[in-house]
Design a protein around this ligand. Sequence first.
Ligand SMILES: C[C@H](O)[C@H](O)CC(=O)C(=O)O
Ligand SMILES: [Mg+2]
Length: 394
Amino acid sequence: MGTAVIRQVRASVVRGGGADYHDQSEGHWIDDNISTPMSKYPAYRKSRQSFGINVLGTVVVEIETDGGHYGFAVTTGGEPAAFIIERHLARFLEGRKVTDIELMWDQMYNATLYYGRRGIVLNAISGVDLALWDLLGQVRQEPVHAMIGGAVRDEIRFYATGARPDLAKQMGFIGGKMAVRHGPAQGAEGVHAELQRLGEMRNAVGDDFWLMFDCWMSLDVNYATKLANAAHEFGLKWIEEALPPDDYWGYAELKRDVPRGMMVTTGEHEATRWGFRLLMEMDCCDLIQPDVGWCGGLTELLKISSLADAHGKLVVPHGSSVYSYHFVCTRQNSPFAEFLMMAPAADKVVPMFTPMLEGEPVPVDGRLKISALDKPGFGVKLSQDITLERPYTH
Ligand SMILES: C[C@H](O)[C@H](O)CC(=O)C(=O)O
Ligand SMILES: [Mg+2]
């Protein structure tokens, strides 16, 4: 095992399906009627596809060793990420031992600092990092969770993100998170409409089921503070990503002004230990939500998570299916996980990365037994039904 050496790195793109920033069919709840930073422009209000949420699509990273072992991962980033991986990052992997993950991460990050630090470059680094962990698991014949400390509980409990918390409750989830549909452009009427929907959901699910709002970076401090305070009456558990990710000052103000007991959450568009350090040192939130496919991969998420632990913050990663599950089950400060309802009407459980992965586990009755993750690497295969295109080679 110690001698397994990386022979080749490949980056491909695939269209259709995937999670929230990939290609979904028309009328999917995850694209339509969601408040976004573009909602102030009426022409871009109806659907997130109108301003190009799916423009990047998926990138698939595949890594092979000279001994025939194979690891892979999928994330967002499409063709630009494929270019960065093939033409820039691959050089830091090929010829290296599969165990040199920390060194490879450091070289990828430092070599791209002059144009990277966040966004697509970090998506690309994350995809490579996840593929490296999958590969190491294949070489060692061990699940990723076992390589990062082992599970601290027997099962993962999930809340669901989707348009139908009422149905999520029937499906056994512990809570439901809805995307808000209105923002500052709709003023008081917007707040009123959100409260009405929240109130209806509260009536449908009863007092004990968690309800949360996801604002996808679309509010301002004033609107978010009003919404959070008014929503307290309906037991809103948290207000998520209320502000643009660069507004650390706004988050700190919001956190000071929400009702006691309501959490402020954010971080799915933040990256690296340095970005999260800022969120924590400025006391911007109670719970952070890094996406392991965007924040720098699992190698970086482990560092972010330790930092969060020392600051008394919970870490509940954004989406990301198996890439999150292998992490969540190993951390005391990650007591539950998110499940993104990728069925167009959020009315049934379908694998989050449909149709990319084979063997992608899903919660049953809102839970996933850790034994479902006891397979080498991340425990999934690339589906035979998708068409990979490799736009660049090196
Ligand atoms: C539904 C949200 O706008 C987004 O696509 C998903 C998200 O932010 C989350 O799951 O959290
Ligand atoms: Mg979110």
